[in-house]
Design a protein around this ligand. Structure first.
Ligand SMILES: Cc1ncc(COP(=O)(O)O)c(C=O)c1O
Length: 426
């Protein structure tokens, strides 16, 4: 039964029913519907906010302190040490990569990857437009220009057909980019094969940004291990964290050897301090590598927990008019780092911002889908290929709290807050 509720806004921008009108509405309801609504109001729609529910907080396993203690005991409080070596080895085994370099952030890893792919002043790099700015900033650090590529609907990731067309046209005029940065968004792998094929056809380096996609699969492998190099992030909000950190992987031993040198101020092999090139201070601390090792041991549990939370959201909300979840493409397992959906205001009765603000008023953190890079003020004027898929996903897309330590009662509170808003607005 459709109800046209009148709603009141309070100073927080949240909405409450007008009590006088609420009685009138209840009187109009069918008995079954009235009971259900009354129960929902009792169980969820409380005025008092919940304890803060974060979007994706760190989730420690308990073993991290043991490794941190070990770093202290051995006095390897430095950007070298046994935990780093082991973390790199164990990470390789987890994703199926040959060589890895632990660094201070995912952004640092991408900076090194692009530099080693030969990107330099005035080069161009094609990048997925629907991403976090960390996928693009390193292009700028190197004096190169980003060119943005739109998403496909089935995975929300870079559209292989648009990339193929763009590279074909660029090849015709002899202006191919130096590299493609392919993002695996929110933990879903892009369709790597056709993208790799077209990059190989034109001899363009493929760098995979798998910052959000650790624990994800693409066919038999892991995104991040198909291109010339791949990067991962251990930022505090990621599926596993070292508080801050990143990993660069490659099949090419020499690539990682050179990256290691650049990450260590490009120090030449000499007893004295000698430098023939400019480098960076990008190495990971041995203390944080200890945290990373303990986190890596529970990666599979973390993926399962996030997939379970997604499933709870999906079951409860998939029938709500106007709500559509980010699909899971057939080529792999989505780690569901963040449960992400779109809200069509015509069907749902409220737009994405209304939902976000309503959740925020109950201390529930939700976040709009990344604002595409081609719409960012800092990148205005950059070339772009494709239509408005990414822009549309941004306009309607919302990420729900998805931390692997979330309690069922918290997931239920999110679900019921959304149901409640729909009931009041539809
Ligand atoms: C898609 C993407 N790329 C790059 C990064 C950068 O990683 P970091 O924050 O570790 O520098 C992030 C996340 O933070 C990300 O989500």
């Amino acid at each position: 039964m459709k109800i046209s509720n009148r709603v009141l806004s309070n100073s927080n921008g949240t909405h409450r029913k007008d009590p006088a009108q609420q009685d009138e509405l209840v009187a109009l309801d069918e008995p079954g519907e009235r009971d259900e609504r009354a129960n929902r109001n009792k169980s969820v729609y409380r005025e008092e906010p919940l304890k803060q529910v974060y979007l994706s907080p760190p989730h420690m396993s308990g073993r991290e302190q043991e490794y941190v203690q070990d770093a202290f005991d051995s006095n390897w409080i430095a950007p070298i040490g046994p935990h780093i070596d082991r973390f790199e080895e164990e990470f390789c085994a987890t994703v199926g990569a040959r060589h890895a370099l632990a660094v201070s952030s995912g952004t640092a890893a991408l900076h090194l990857a692009l530099q080693l792919a030969g990107v330099g002043q005035d080069d161009e790099v094609f990048v997925s437009t629907l991403t976090f700015v960390g996928s693009v900033n390193p292009v700028i650090y190197l004096g190169a220009r980003p060119v943005f590529v739109d998403s496909e609907r089935r995975s929300w990731n870079m559209d292989p057909d648009i990339l193929a067309e763009a590279l074909k046209r660029r090849a015709n005029i002899g202006r191919l980019p130096k590299a493609v940065v392919l993002v695996h968004l929110y933990g879903q792998s892009a369709n790597i094969d056709p993208i790799l094929e077209v990059c190989n056809r034109y001899d363009v380096a493929l760098i995979e940004d798998a910052a959000e996609a650790l624990g994800t699969t693409y066919k038999q492998g892991s995104p991040g291990t198909y291109g010339l190099a791949g990067i991962y992030s251990f930022n505090g909000n990621k599926i596993i964290t070292t508080s801050g950190g990143g990993m660069l992987v490659s099949e090419d031993e020499d690539f990682i050897r050179r990256a290691r040198k650049y990450a260590t101020q490009a120090r030449d092999q000499a007893a004295h301090y000698q430098h023939s090139e400019i480098g960076y201070n990008y190495r990971m601390s041995n203390v944080l590598a200890g945290i990373g090792r303990a986190q890596l041991q529970v990666l599979e549990d973390r993926v399962n927990a996030r997939r379970r939370i997604f499933e709870m959201y999906r079951r409860a909300l998939c029938g709500v008019p106007g709500i559509e979840f980010m699909p899971e493409a057939s080529w792999g397992r989505h780690n569901r780092w963040l449960t992400t959906l779109t809200i069509d205001p015509n069907g749902f009765g409220a737009n994405r911002e209304d939902v976000r603000v309503t959740l925020a008023a109950r201390n529930i953190e939700a976040r709009p889908v990344w604002k595409p890079m081609h719409l960012q003020p800092v990148f205005l004027g950059c070339e772009r290929w494709g239509g408005n898929v990414a822009a549309h996903l941004f306009q309607r897309g919302l990420c729900l709290p998805s931390g692997s330590s979330m309690q069922d009662s918290e997931v239920t509170a999110v679900i019921e807050t959304i149901h409640d808003l729909h009931d009041r607005r539809a």
